[in-house]
Each structure stands twice: as structure tokens, then as C-alpha cells.
Design a protein around this ligand. Sequence first.
Ligand SMILES: [Zn+2]
Length: 341
Amino acid sequence: MIDRYSRQVLFPGIGRSGQDLLRTKHVLIIGAGALGAANAEMIARAGVGHITIVDRDYVDFSNLQRQNLYTEQDAIDRMPKAEAAGKRLNAINSDVRVTALTQDVDAAFLESILTRNNIDLIVDGTDNFDVRFILNDTAQKYRIPWVYGACVASGGLSMLIVPGKTPCLHCLMDTMPGAGATCDTAGIISPAVQMTASVQTAEALKWLSGRTDALRGTIFSFDLWKNQFSSVDVQRMKKNDCPSCGTKPVYPFLSYERTTKFAVLCGRDTVQIRPADVTERNLSELAGHIQQTADITHQNGFLLSFQHAPYTVTAFKDGRVFIQGVSSVEESKRVYYQYFQ
Ligand SMILES: [Zn+2]
């Protein structure tokens, strides 16, 4: 174990003292899709002490083109991404403590994990602005820096958001982006993912090793197909009256209500249903009930999938349900309420 970080210690930006600091740090990675997986691998190899990785989805064959932690076997077994990522990260670096959580990320979850743990930095591996704005508010409230990252097609962008220092995501975008442009309509190439994640991880390593003098302090964006790169200084866009990071913050995205939530998953013909009051589902009891009327296709301790032609229904241990093969939330509700109350 002595030599595994030798090249990183030789690098003057990090050195022995930076490497020792990395070992004491805890990073929370939100999402284990393309960006989350790429960040997680680099952060684990770099020797950050503790990684917590959270994701709500399972591995699908269409992920393998760009999500670097997963294998065909993970897709065959329909492994939850967080679990598959955790296993792979442990195999890459047993020196690193990895906590894998298969669940949805909302305000309640983020507040609870940030108050119970000493998180030093949050990495954005999400694919939607709903979660990013909740993440932004929570990070501001608990004064934890986070690295924004997003990519689509052949481009991407990234910025490290430091509470009290840089503008926040809310300062930079007055309103929620419309639902028009989603990843359903555009494809993506793997280099765009790796590039965005590399920029995110570089800022993460600077922050975690205490080299704040090296931080970029700009929004970096690029397009690898059009060969364009830009770095924009946005410091003057920090707003004193920002509801998320201004002088009187109200954290507007942290007010949440307890209702059953229906969400269309990005890039999939799938709707996620999160029941208000089910926090744990007994999968073997459910299996006994389901197998009388439908064919169970997958069951692995974390989830249970069955066919309800033309739909695939997946029930997770944490209470959530995916209905795949639907074209609207209404359609998903019809299927959902046949099996769950
Ligand atoms: Zn702000």
C-alpha cells in the first residue's frame, strides 16, 4: 500500500501533505450514472478516505457504452448502480471506505446525510435540474462545496460552487430550465463524460488536498466535436439577494411535501413512483403475491422485476417502483395501482 500513491505524491500540487489530507476526507457522490461513475473511479484511485455513492437506478445494457464501472454481468443481473459501483470501487482500492446507497435523492435525504456525516465535498453526478437545485440549497445551508457537472452529446460544463465564496447555481440560473431539452432527445459520447468528470475531479482533488490557490474559479465548458473550449469568470454574478445563497437565504428548494411522487426518468421510457409512506418493502412477500399473476424476471435482494405486458415493473427494497414501457405518467399510474395501493 506504501507505493500505490507514489506518482500522485511526486506531483508537487498534491505532495505528501496533500495525499495525507485526501485520506481523511469524505466525498458524497450524487448519482452513479456516467458522471458519478467516472468521478467515483478517479476519486477512489486517488485515495480519498471515504466515498458515499447514491443512485436510484439499476444497470442497463444501454449504460455500458459510457458508464465505466459496470460490466455486462451487472446489466444481466439488473444490479442497482450504487451496489455495483461500490463493489467495483472496493476491488479497485480496498484502502477506501465505500458506502453504497440505493435510493432516491431528495431534500429530506440530503439534509439527513449531511447532518449525520462529516461530508467534505459533494460531486454532482445527477442528470436533472430538480435534484441539482435541491443539492445547491442543501450545500448552501450546510456550507459544503459541491462540483457541478453536466454533459450531453459531445459537450459538457463544470464549476466548483463554494458557499460564501462563489455564485451558486441559483445565482447563475434565475429560473428552472424548461422540460424541453432532456437527455431523451440527444445522445452522448463517452469522451464528453470523461472530460466533464476529469474537470470535476481535478477541482475536487484541489479542494480536498487543501490547494485552494489552484482552484479554477470559472465555469469551464467544451464541445469535443466542434473543438470549442471556454472558461468564463462568473464571480460578479453572485447575487446578494439570491434566495439560496444571498444575505437572507430561504432555501426555496428544500420545502418538500409528503405525497406519492411520479417522475419520468431521463433517457428511459420509465416512470419512477415514490410512495409517500413506504420506506421498506418486503420483497419476498411481494414475490409470493406477484407470482400468482405475473412472471418474475429478476430478483436480487435489492429489487424485484416482473412482466405486465407490455410493461416491466420493478419494485425496490426502499419502496420505489419503476414502470418501464410507458409513455406518460398517467399510463404508469394505471399499472402501478393494479399492484400497489
Ligand atoms: Zn446564489
